[in-house]
Design a protein around this ligand. Structure first.
Ligand code: AMP
Ligand code: ZN
Length: 115
């Protein structure tokens, strides 16, 4: 864990997130600044700063983020209507927290392409 990492503090319980779903390897919690009626972040419990740092041995973990997103969509009632998953990597994508996280957004129509 990176001592200064906000999402590692959520995983350790040093900061209490608004938890939606959890497995032994991933944690999902509500975004503090929601961009849609449902906006949940899915994070690996293991610290990985950006997708650029992911290694081949992280493949199962990355897959589990998407399976967790599916569970979150079901639990929050957006599975049938539809939802978007987003993983921002580095500055041009707007990444602000350097512990990878999958955004799960739903509850309203999404535009394409994203801005
Ligand atoms: P990104 O811009 O992809 O790095 O996304 C980081 C996300 O973390 C943003 O949507 C923030 O609103 C969210 N965020 C920042 N601090 C917190 C927090 N304390 N609890 C929940 N979400 C947070
Ligand atoms: Zn971290």
């Amino acid at each position: 864990m990176a001592d200064s990492c906000l999402f590692c503090k959520m995983v350790s319980g040093a900061i209490q997130p608004d938890k939606v779903y959890e497995t032994p390897r991933v944690l999902a919690f509500r975004d503090i600044n929601p961009q849609a009626p449902v906006h949940v972040l899915v994070v690996p419990k293991q610290h990985v700063a950006t997708l650029n740092e992911a290694r081949p041995e992280d493949a199962l973990l990355l897959g589990e983020l998407f399976l967790a997103a599916r569970e979150v969509a079901g639990k929050t009632g957006i599975a049938e209507g539809g939802y978007r998953t987003v993983l921002n990597c580095n500055a041009d994508a707007g990444q602000t927290v350097f512990h990878i996280h999958l955004h799960v957004l739903g509850g309203r129509p999404m535009r394409w392409p994203p801005g």
